[in-house]
Design a protein around this ligand. Structure first.
Ligand code: DOR
Ligand code: ZN
Length: 339
């Protein structure tokens, strides 16, 4: 049987929620990944070090016995974030970054930043303390076409942020467009991007052709095929600016199969298998390890993991649901399986 053994990976962009959902989803991630950058968009958002530490404890409780997993915490940046809080975060060994959500861009982003230029003093502090800024890069103007929101964010805000804060480490999270790939590729080595499995595997037809498929709806929304091709080329390029971040974002099935369905794809149950499928389709399985296990750790200044994980080439059928959460590709066949 064909197998693939790589260094145990890290997920550099993950939503695990809290409460009951956390208990369902965290074991899936902890089985595959050694570490994950944990998104702070809870209700209420994780805006302080004290909240991040409490959330970290809740996550630690959900790790199955005998499993090694380290949550890497982030804080939610708001217009009310103080310079003192940024200093506290810089001094806290468990906090790794701040997350910038434009207000209204996505799930639980109401507390996000309405005008990015107004928080430049906070970005200066992040730069000073060398704390990475993780960006949900989409504008939220109602008159901006939803398929253009990432490109316009780069033009309107990101170019200026990068110019004004040349030493600030930035991750353009869940890159979805050719323009994002081009921007990150040509920027300094302080600028990186994560790429999700769904944006590597699917284009927007997956949501909209042959009936509306809410489990393929996430933000930034899937784009047209040319953009998917650009993302594949970035992921398999061996360029360390592009690394794995699943953006696995669980929502209860009835909240996605809804007249106003939530954004987010649940992929943690088989994240590595989904990426393996995308890399194999591009004849580049040999490039998966760098993308999944090395470049994210390098960007965050973390030691690379030493354990290994093995995938087998075996067909298996994705369950219809995991505790009321419908996984990506539910009831369909995946071709790789983690041993
Ligand atoms: O699809 C998404 N879901 N995109 C995000 O940016 C947030 C996430 C969530 O938290 O559900
Ligand atoms: Zn996310």
């Amino acid at each position: 049987m064909k197998t693939l053994t790589i260094t145990r990976p890290d997920d550099c962009h993950l939503h695990v929620r809290n409460g009951a959902i956390l208990k369902t989803v965290l074991p899936h991630t902890a089985r595959q990944f050694a570490r994950a950058i944990i998104m702070p968009n809870l209700k209420p958002p994780v805006t302080t070090v004290a909240q991040a530490l409490a959330y970290r404890n809740e996550i630690l409780q959900a790790i199955p016995e005998g499993v090694n997993f380290t949550p890497l915490m982030t804080l939610y940046l708001t217009a009310a974030t103080t310079l003192e809080e940024i200093k506290r975060a810089a001094e806290c060994e468990h906090v790794y970054a701040f997350k910038l959500y434009p207000a209204g861009a996505t799930t639980n982003s109401d507390a996000g930043v309405a005008d990015v230029t107004k928080i430049y003093p906070l970005l200066a502090a992040l730069e000073k303390y060398d704390l990475p800024l993780l960006i949900h890069g989409e504008v939220t103007d109602e008159d901006c076409d939803i398929f253009d929101r990432e490109r316009v964010f780069i033009e309107r805000y990101l170019i200026d942020i990068v110019k004004n804060f040349p030493a600030l480490r930035i991750v353009l999270e869940h890159a979805t467009t050719k323009e994002a790939v081009e921007f990150v590729t040509s920027a300094s080595n302080k600028i990186a991007a994560t790429i999700t499995p769904q944006h590597l595997l699917f284009n927007r037809n997956a949501i909209l052709a042959g009936g509306i498929k809410p489990h393929y709806y996430c933000l930034p929304i899937l784009k047209r095929e040319t953009h998917r091709q650009a993302l594949i080329n970035a992921a398999i390029s061996g360029n360390p600016k592009f690394f794995l971040g699943t953006d696995s974002a669980p929502h209860l099935t009835h909240l996605k199969e809804n007249a106003c369905g939530c954004a987010g794809c649940y992929s943690a149950f088989a994240a590595l298998e989904l990426y393996a499928q995308a890399f194999e389709q591009a004849n580049s399985l040999d490039k998966l390890e760098g993308f999944a296990s090395f470049y994210g750790a390098d960007f965050y200044g973390l030691p690379r993991n030493v354990e290994k994980v093995t995938l087998e080439k075996t067909d298996w059928t994705v369950p219809a649901s995991y505790d009321k959460i419908t996984p990506l590709k539910s009831t369909e066949i995946l071709y790789w399986k983690m041993v």
